[in-house]
Design a protein around this ligand. Structure first.
Ligand code: FCB
Length: 452
């Protein structure tokens, strides 16, 4: 069955994970630069200083996308390339880079889908309290509007931020991401300030570009009890509340779930909502950008060891079934677990969807024949696209699919150890080598249909 005629096919990346050139052309330090420079934070001491060197090689990467035949590309802007110190005016050299990137996409018939901030913050703002500080709301809105003024003559589809909930959990409740604060009581205030900043930015951008499409990107990890019993069922529901619904529900309802506020109060969190905030957060959205990777199987465990994805310290242990197929990241492969989420966006959240990320890390190697035979990735993508096909047949409004990722890249705390790309990067030479999955995906895009 073919996909809808106007279905967007593409790939996704983020600035920090591919650009490199962290000290060039006036880019300011981001919180991740400092975090990565501290020994012990990133596997093997990797940093994103060079990454996939996309800043210098973007023309080649645009050509790769043209070869894929995709109609869309989701990428993010680097806040510190545009506002090096966390405030205006725009850094002209940073602006020139994104001008060239967008022009290059349009010249190849590829629609730019811009994420304004993907999991970073200028270190200048982090040093002043980052997302725990209300002033950062105004700094983000100013940055979003400068970015919007720069590109809105050519870009119509915008997302303010990527994965606010998960990023904040890992950075504020644990020390896996910056600012590495390790204090759960800070999670909800930091999420809240990002959501207010999102809402204000959407409001301002929409005023300036009434025909634009504005959304937010979040990941959704379906949670399931790994054992029978009330306490384990409760653990799965708690994780769902903390991880998935802490952003989504308030964006749509204009109110946080009462259980979430009760949890915050119980752990000794301070009040954080000011008049006007909830109205700002629930500014209408044109779509939601869904990142889907895996379900999480969890049980109640007072020691709260967490797991590969689940943060420690919340009385929960991640306990995925031993026999379940997994990616190299140890994430369970379960495409069917995506379907209930897609239905939920139709029935509960009533938002059109863009699948803004989906993909798998696998231990790719260049074989003796000079190719990367990543059949496991092809299988992963095929299974998930089959579920999307089914969802479309059920009338769920899914506008497009962006495979994560165009290139192997800097996978945050896992450094370069995890490869998600359709294109293999030899980090010693920066040579790009399309994997088998690249060719497979190009065929899917050309046919506008799966091959099963
Ligand atoms: C998502 C992030 C993205 C990438 C993938 C693997 O959580 O949005 O930057 O790291 O996971």
């Amino acid at each position: 069955m073919p996909f809808p005629e106007k279905f967007l096919w593409g790939t996704a990346t983020s600035a920090y994970q591919i650009e490199g050139a962290t000290r060039e052309d006036g880019r300011g330090p981001s919180n991740w630069d400092l975090f990565a420079a501290q020994p012990g934070n990133i596997l093997d001491g990797d940093t994103a200083d060079i990454a996939a060197d996309h800043y210098h090689r973007f023309e080649e990467d645009l050509d790769l996308m043209a070869r894929l035949g995709v109609s869309a590309y989701r990428f993010s802007l680097s806040w510190t390339r545009l506002h090096p110190d966390g405030c205006g005016p725009l850094n002209p050299k940073g602006a020139a880079f994104y001008d060239r990137l967008v022009d290059g996409l349009l010249a190849r018939g590829i629609q730019p889908l811009v994420t304004i901030n993907h999991m970073e913050i200028p270190q200048a703002l982090e040093a002043r309290g980052g997302w725990l500080e209300r002033d950062t709301i105004a700094r983000f809105t100013e940055y979003a509007m400068d970015a919007h003024r720069l590109l809105s003559d050519r870009v119509t589809c915008w997302a303010t931020m990527n994965e606010v909930a998960v990023t904040t959990w890992w950075g504020h409740a644990t020390r896996m991401f910056p600012p590495a604060l390790g204090d759960q009581r800070l999670v909800l205030p930091a999420i809240h300030h990002q959501l207010v900043a999102h809402g204000r930015a959407v409001h301002e951008m929409r005023r300036a570009q009434p025909m634009g499409e504005f959304g937010m990107v979040g990941s959704y990890w379906p949670t399931r009890p790994s054992r029978e019993g009330e306490a384990h069922q409760q653990a799965a529901e708690t994780l769902d509340l903390l991880f998935n619904r802490s952003c989504l529900d308030v964006l749509v309802d204009g109110a946080y779930p009462s259980e979430l506020l009760a949890w915050h109060a119980e752990i000794g969190g301070q009040p954080f909502i000011e008049p006007g905030d909830l109205e700002a957060i629930s500014a209408p959205l044109d779509y939601f950008g869904l990142n889907y990777y895996a379900p999480l199987h969890v049980c109640h465990d007072p020691a709260g060891p967490g797991g590969a994805v689940v943060p420690e310290g919340i009385g929960i242990a991640q306990e995925d079934p031993a026999e379940a197929p997994r990616t190299a990241f140890d994430w369970v492969i379960d495409a069917d677990a995506m379907l209930p989420i897609l239905r939920e966006f139709r029935d509960r959240y009533r938002l059109p969807l863009l699948i803004t990320e989906n993909g798998g890390a696998f231990d790719d190697i260049i074989a003796d024949d000079g190719r990367v035979h990543d059949s496991a990735r092809i299988d992963y993508l095929r299974r998930h696209l089959a579920v999307i096909e089914q969802a479309l047949a059920e009338g769920i409004d899914i506008r497009g699919y962006l495979a994560w990722s165009l290139l192997d890249n800097f996978e945050w705390a896992a450094g370069y150890s995890k490869r998600f790309g359709l294109t293999y990067i030899d980090y010693a030479t920066q040579q790009r080598l399309p994997k088998e999955s690249f060719h497979w995906y190009a065929d899917v895009v050309r046919r506008n249909a799966l091959d099963t």
